[in-house]
Design a binder for this molecule. Structure first.
Ligand SMILES: [Zn+2]
Length: 139
């Protein structure tokens, strides 16, 4: 859905101007309106270009249009929104929880930093900013 200017301003402030997930302060521009439950954009192939490539182009329609409503939108920073992609909130939490083991498996930099005590991994649960915020508001 296309947000009006005032809807966008209201959405940005939904959790005191912070990303619903990581809690970073949202910039004036460049933050995303995240579909909490994915609406799944429809796309189609472009005509073949001179170099033979066909590109995927969003049609502007959704597979789950019932999720493309204001009530299903959270303000998110670009990195959180892009990583969350079509994950549900719980799948997103689960993906984040796997980041340390992935870094350990794939990154020499991470393993080296950890071996020299530069990285301290915790077992802390993944709690999203909107959860802290809502708990605080309810108290
Ligand atoms: Zn974020």
């Amino acid at each position: 859905m296309k947000l009006t200017k005032s809807q966008r301003a209201e959405l940005r402030n939904k959790f005191s101007g912070r990303c619903a997930y990581c809690g970073c302060e949202l910039p004036e521009r460049g933050w995303h309106a995240d579909h909490v439950e994915a609406a799944l954009r429809k796309w189609e192939f472009s005509p073949r270009q001179a170099n033979g490539v066909r590109r995927a182009i969003a049609t502007g329609e959704h597979w789950l249009p019932e999720n493309d409503v204001y009530e299903n939108l959270f303000p998110a920073c670009a990195p959180c929104n892009l990583f969350k992609a079509t994950f549900s909130v719980e799948s997103f939490r689960n993906e984040i929880a796997q980041q340390v083991s992935r870094a350990r498996r794939h990154s020499v930099n991470f393993r080296t930093a950890e071996r020299f005590g530069q990285v301290h991994v915790t077992e802390s649960p993944i709690v999203f900013w909107f959860e802290r915020y809502q708990k605080e508001q309810a108290a």
